[in-house]
Design a protein around this ligand. Sequence first.
Ligand SMILES: [Zn+2]
Length: 332
Amino acid sequence: MISSSFSISRRRLLAKGAALAATPLVLGTRSGPAFAAGPMLGAWQQKFFRFKLGAFELTTISDAAAFIDGPYPIVGMNASEKEVRQLMRDNLLPEQKYQPGFSPLVVNTGRELVLFDTGNGANGFVPRPNGGWLAGQLSPSGFKADEIDVVVLSHGHPDHVGGLIENGMPLFPNARYVISAVEYDYWAPEGKHAGDLEKLAAVFRASTQQIAGKFRFIKSGADVVPGIRAVEAHGHTPGHLAFMIESGGKQILFWGDCAHHHVASLARPEWHCLFDIDREQGAATRKRIYDMAATNRLPIIGYHMPFPSIGYVERLDTRGYRWLPLSYQLNL
Ligand SMILES: [Zn+2]
């Protein structure tokens, strides 16, 4: 009893002593270097992500991380704002702001470096400093601009072609360029468009004039290089292409702009996208591509999906589809 009570009181004493001892230390954190508060480091997020696909190495690079107004009416312009906001609320997302990815892709085939899309550059959809990061991110990601052998453009919008030119010069001096023939003929000619379309065409012309002689014009079904084949995905723009990338029996689809919001576009592929030039065709293409991706359990690189912009498509029993971000599937 005595010993026990002594024991307790000693424990109490020790606890009390420890608390007393701790007090001046806590109070002393401002002056004692051993207890100095860590400096705030600022938020940080990865800007490149690399993985293997068969014998290929693929790297997605973040070109922008801006918040923009939406997803309504960028996605769901033929729905009601209330419906789109409700879908965001149901998915624990902000209702009126979203942060799309802008994710160019470098494929190292072992023989060549193939870049898919070039980000916003100085004149794209997301201005610097919040976008146009590709040129600055090549080196941290392990690449040099003059090592890029092929630049493939999914389509001609400013957030995909804006990074072709830096400081008035082509950023990729040794590259050859690949684009859909239909797409090039839509954007390149002078005087074809007016209004907003002409603004987009002007960015396309400014971005491609100096490299016009280096283009190879393709259509869906064509091989870009061995293991990379163009897939028809028209509607967002007249010549918009996706690309099937295959090595060692493994496939991944780079789908360009087949989705502009990882929840809304997939849940309601029939919802029109403001940026689609043919909105009905865009909706039909989304359904076809999502259906193929879900049926074939195909990994996807989605340019505007949240970085690192890689995932899978699940067909829901109720309605529409769902984006499942990559976890460890491609590490096997
Ligand atoms: Zn885009």
